[in-house]
Design a binder for this molecule. Structure first.
Ligand SMILES: C[S@@+](CC[C@H](N)C(=O)[O-])C[C@H]1O[C@@H](n2cnc3c(N)ncnc32)[C@H](O)[C@@H]1O
Length: 262
């Protein structure tokens, strides 16, 4: 019997990058959800087709023929819907494609916060540098800002204090400075707030040696690579993992909010 088409596959074209066609099995492996549950979460994105088109046109208007960032924005949405994280931490924002999809998931969940850290890049020829007149997160619609704490600066300086303010890190994405040392630093920093069920993701793992794999192994897990990409992830297993801290500060903590200059 023919399989149903993958939801959000045509959204990938709307967003302007066929690489974004979701990898259902990868999300299943990270969440333990059934194929139909992943398909249902991804199908919710259909209502956001106008937003995906707008993100594409904003990038094109800023001289970016492609969006050049995370290859799996729709999976980030599905992971957020299925794992229902209360605290998401991401390093590396650029225009904000990953942030938008986390925030859409949190909005639909009606709970949780996204804490993003970005050291804006303005110089050089990197495809992720900010176009003139644009600030970090410039494709994130303002109505999604309610659940968003955006911190501007190097994660080396910001992540340690941020993590101390959080009772848990339920979902973490590394997409900032891709060296083995920097990734190891970020993972070691969030480690005390991980718990069984926390999901960790790292992009461009071809550039970060064995850091991600080694960290997963130290928690008794193994990484899974997203199809046709350098994005990997794993879930902290029920055994050998850091225990969830007993006291929760969710809803009551206060994290310094960087001034958004959009
Ligand atoms: C690949 S882009 C992030 C793309 C983003 N996740 C998305 O989906 O649109 C990497 C970003 O990390 C920033 N960055 C580089 N080094 C950093 C550091 N040490 N701390 C925080 N952000 C950093 C870069 O300037 C850039 O904005």
């Amino acid at each position: 019997m023919a399989r149903a088409p993958v939801p959000a596959s045509t959204l990938a074209d709307t967003l302007g990058d066929p690489r974004a066609t979701p990898d259902i099995e990868w999300v299943q492996g990270l969440t333990g959800a059934s194929r139909s549950a992943v398909m249902a979460a991804l199908a919710e994105l259909e209502q956001h087709r106008p937003l995906e088109a707008r993100i594409r046109s904003l990038h094109q208007g800023a001289g970016r023929p492609f969006y050049a960032q995370i290859c799996a924005p729709f999976e980030l949405y599905a992971l957020t819907r299925l794992a229902r994280p209360m605290e998401i931490v991401e390093t590396g924002v650029s225009s904000g494609v990953s942030s938008v999809h986390f925030l859409l998931g949190l909005q639909r969940n009606a709970g949780g916060r996204l804490h993003s850290i970005d050291l804006p890049s303005r110089e050089g020829t990197s495809p992720v540098r900010l176009p003139p007149g644009r600030a970090t997160g410039w494709v994130v619609p303002s109505n999604l800002g309610l659940r968003w704490d955006l911190h501007l600066g190097p994660s080396e300086a910001i992540l340690p204090d941020l993590v101390k303010e959080l009772s848990s890190v339920d979902l973490f994405l590394h997409d900032s400075h891709h060296t083995p040392e920097h990734l190891a630093f970020e993972l070691g920093t969030v480690r005390p707030r991980l718990h069984p069920g926390s999901i960790l993701l790292a992009d461009n793992t071809d550039w970060t040696g064995t850091s991600f794999r080694d960290f997963a192994r130290s928690l008794g897990s193994a990484v899974a690579r997203r199809r046709d990409s350098r994005l990997e992830g794993f879930r902290v297993p029920r055994t050998r993992a850091a225990r969830r801290p007993a006291t929760s500060r969710r809803g009551g903590h206060s994290v310094a909010r960087a001034t958004r200059t959009r």
